[in-house]
Write a protein that binds this ligand. Structure first.
Ligand SMILES: *Cc1c(COP(=O)(O)O)cnc(C)c1O
Length: 402
């Protein structure tokens, strides 16, 4: 690598977020390319045996094997670390690989984790099924209830895990208050920040110790590649995460990292345009339906908290159709522009019925406890002209008989 202009942290950490998203972490090769190079290589060669030994010892800089680290992946990790204000980033093959690693890397049998009950379906499975299977006990609480977090703490509590806003209900959790409770208990706070995006919410400034993303969502932002990333401090990385990461093999592929780097360049613009669209869509829907949720709406229950920790209300709109599953399906089937799918953060708007898809793995009682009802629809607002989206939604609501 020739120029390391994007990796001098004293410089890049002072840049504005938008500049960081375009340039931080860039390393140029000897060919002086403008766009980041894609290093599709599994391994790296050494000048001599001594050099190989030195790189393995960590005495010499350089790469050894792409399960550990790769230049394209390293550029993405550095760009994300700078953007999040973290010391270290470790990119993974999927968002779920990141969530799993952030928990399993530092925990062992006998430890205890407290999680918000409103989690992405697979994250909830980690809490309910995977961790207990390895002797890590878990308690899930209503994340909005600060006294429930406090009451769940026990001597072995090592980590708190939550997402805010929660998928799919947009429930908000007071990040600073929960971070304080975790730290008083000697536990770390792990935040899944997918819904808020790094553009709108910075959990580390509010006390989070680890922030994870599914980069599949707004970071790629164009529905192409899966990916994840864990952002943390050097100590957690050295003591726990890096050994887990390199030995279990959850690394991100270089091609996907390259796509994510390109995604980051436009993420700020995309997320703000999607927020504009979401605000317009939510306002138009609220004229037709009683229960429409978006933090920018005056009727949003946790509006003050949402806007105190997020710069804007976000790219997701949630609504409840009074006619339940039947009406929800009629609405989905009547949409002409917006696709029925289960991704989010894509440039194409997406409508999801969490009851029958993303959260189907939960029991009916669990779904209802979380407010995931048969009439609930989650909309991920994309980059189409908002007036087309509003027209599509209003026509489909009429066809569905609202
Ligand atoms: C999508 C998502 C995940 C999982 O990410 P994948 O890339 O699909 O593995 C985790 N948490 C939240 C909030 C998500 O939206």
């Amino acid at each position: 690598m020739k120029h390391r202009t994007g990796t001098d942290r004293t410089t890049t950490s002072k840049w504005a977020k938008q500049t960081q998203m375009v340039r931080a972490g860039s390393m140029r090769s000897n060919f002086d390319e403008m766009s980041e190079a894609l290093f599709l290589t599994s391994g790296f060669a050494y000048e001599n045996a001594e050099e190989a030994e030195a790189r393995f010892d960590g005495r010499a800089e350089g790469f050894t094997y792409s399960r550990q680290s790769n230049p394209t992946v390293a550029m993405f990790e550095e760009r994300m670390a700078i953007l999040e204000g973290a010391e270290v980033g470790r990119a993974t093959g999927t968002g779920m690989a990141a969530m799993t690693a952030s928990l399993l890397a530092g925990l062992k049998a006998g430890d205890h984790v407290v999680g918000a009950r409103a989690l992405f379906g697979s994250c909830r499975w980690l809490m309910d099924e995977l961790l207990p299977r390895y002797g890590i006990e878990t308690t899930v609480v209503d994340g909005r209830d600060l006294s429930a977090w406090k009451a769940a703490v026990r001597p072995g509590t090592k980590a708190f895990f939550l997402e805010s806003p929660a998928n799919p209900t947009l429930e908000m959790i007071d990040l600073k208050a929960v971070a304080d409770i975790a730290h008083n208990a000697g536990a770390i706070l792990v935040v899944d920040n997918v819904f808020a995006t790094p553009v709108l919410q910075r959990p580390m400034e509010l006390g989070a110790d680890i922030v994870c993303y599914s980069t599949t969502k707004h970071i790629d932002g164009q529905g192409r590649c899966l990916g994840g990333i864990i952002l943390c401090d050097k100590k957690f990385d050295e003591d726990h995460l890096y050994p887990y990461y390199r030995h279990t093999g959850c690394a991100m592929a270089p091609f996907n990292a390259w796509v994510m780097l390109k995604g980051l360049e436009t993420m700020g613009l995309r997320v703000h345009a999607m927020c504009d669209g979401a605000e317009l869509v939510a306002a138009a829907m609220a004229e037709k339906l009683d229960d429409v949720r978006h933090p920018a709406l005056a009727s949003f229950a946790q509006r003050e908290l949402a806007l105190s920790q997020m710069d804007r209300g976000g790219t997701m709109v949630v609504c409840e159709l009074p006619g339940g599953r039947e009406q929800a399906f009629r609405f989905l089937n009547a949409l002409e522009i917006i696709d029925i799918s289960n991704n989010l953060g894509d440039s194409r708007s997406i409508a999801t019925h969490p009851w029958s898809t993303t959260h189907k793995a939960l029991s009916e009682d669990q779904r209802l406890e979380l407010g995931i009802t048969p009439g609930l629809i989650r909309l991920s607002i994309g980059l189409e002209d908002p007036s087309d989206l509003v027209a599509d939604i209003l026509a489909a609501l009429t066809k569905a008989g609202t």
